[in-house]
Write a protein that binds this ligand. Structure first.
Ligand code: GDP
Length: 297
């Protein structure tokens, strides 16, 4: 059984916020994630982000880090939530200033609210001549979402993801929100976290990206992730670098699992390899039985 041990106060250290970008189609989620990925890499860091592993971490000039789930939209967010995984600390809701509060914007807002995840509004495309950020803020106010510069509690920032305008300031607001949340985790224990994505790579076998939420994951650890298990043979970050260990809020791609777990599956490190295998086998069997049952009905 997995022992639940309360962390001691002195073991807790500040961890980076984990951020999801949501919003209506074409409002600029991908552009924002691209801009952050390209622009916000501190000088001297070994290489840019070259690998798409489903999540990435950036370090700002002040040394603080932010981890982004690199899947725009709320499908990933809801898929993870449906599996009981709560990985997002802060949601950035992207709204195009030349458009309106659209259905998917409303959906994203209600998902964040239902999950109790604080929102920051990124009013995008302000470079466009027909952009009207005030109109968006007015509409938000009508939805009971009063932004800060209008005296409300929601942070918002006018940006152009395409031109890179205001993105740095937006990230500073993310850090401010993170400070209020006082996010902490204990790195001094076996890792636990959530699977972000997984696939079979022709040359390398099963490659899974996991987000370490607490503890430290190390090469050689025995991992149980959903119905899958295995010894971590190698780990790589979003820069393609081989790494030996990954602490809280770190996204990391791992090699060594016996299959592809599902996004949203929890993972944990087991000292007892046999126990991990037994649980994995039992879960796989349960899943098979469930699928047989649904096929019959
Ligand atoms: P997503 O569907 O929310 O991921 O939106 P995309 O990032 O794919 O952007 C949709 C379209 O809007 C693309 O053609 C982008 O080039 C454009 N776009 C995104 N951000 C901006 C912006 O800040 N200014 C302008 N003018 N166009 C933008």
């Amino acid at each position: 059984a997995i022992e639940v041990v309360e962390d001691r106060q002195e073991d807790l250290v500040t961890r980076a916020p984990i951020v999801t970008v949501m919003g209506h189609v074409d409002h600029g989620k991908t552009s924002l994630l691209d801009n952050i990925r390209k622009e916000n890499v501190i000088a001297g860091e070994s290489g840019g982000i070259t690998q798409h592993i489903g999540a990435y971490a950036v370090q700002l000039e002040n040394g603080q880090k932010i981890t982004f789930l690199d899947t725009p939209g709320h499908e990933a967010f809801t898929a993870m939530r449906a599996r009981g995984a709560q990985v997002t600390d802060i949601a950035i809701i992207v709204i195009a200033a030349d458009d309106d509060i659209m259905p998917q914007t409303k959906e994203a807002i209600s998902h964040a609210q239902a999950a109790g995840v604080p929102m920051i509004f990124a009013i995008n495309k302000v470079d466009k001549p027909n952009a009207n950020p005030d109109k968006i803020k007015e509409k938000l106010a009508a939805m009971n979402l009063l932004v800060e510069d209008w005296g409300g509690k929601y942070q918002s920032h006018d940006i152009s993801a395409k031109m890179g305008i205001g993105v740095k300031e937006l990230l500073e607001k993310v850090l401010l929100e993170a400070e209020i949340l006082d996010l902490k985790a204990n790195p001094n224990k076996p890792a636990i976290g959530t699977v972000v994505e997984a696939q079979l790579d022709k040359g390398r076998g099963y490659v899974s990206t996991v987000l370490v939420q607490a503890g430290t994951l190390r090469v050689g650890d025995y991992v149980l992730a959903g119905k899958n298990h295995g010894k971590v043979k190698a780990m790589h970050d979003e820069r393609g670098n081989s790494v030996k260990q990954a602490g809280p809020s770190t996204p990391i791609s791992i090699l060594g699992l016996d299959g592809a777990p599902t996004a949203g599956d929890k993972f944990s490190v087991f000292e007892d390899e046999r126990e991990a295998k037994q649980i994995a086998v039992k879960r796989a069997q349960l899943l098979r039985e469930q699928s047989v049952r649904t096929q019959r009905h």
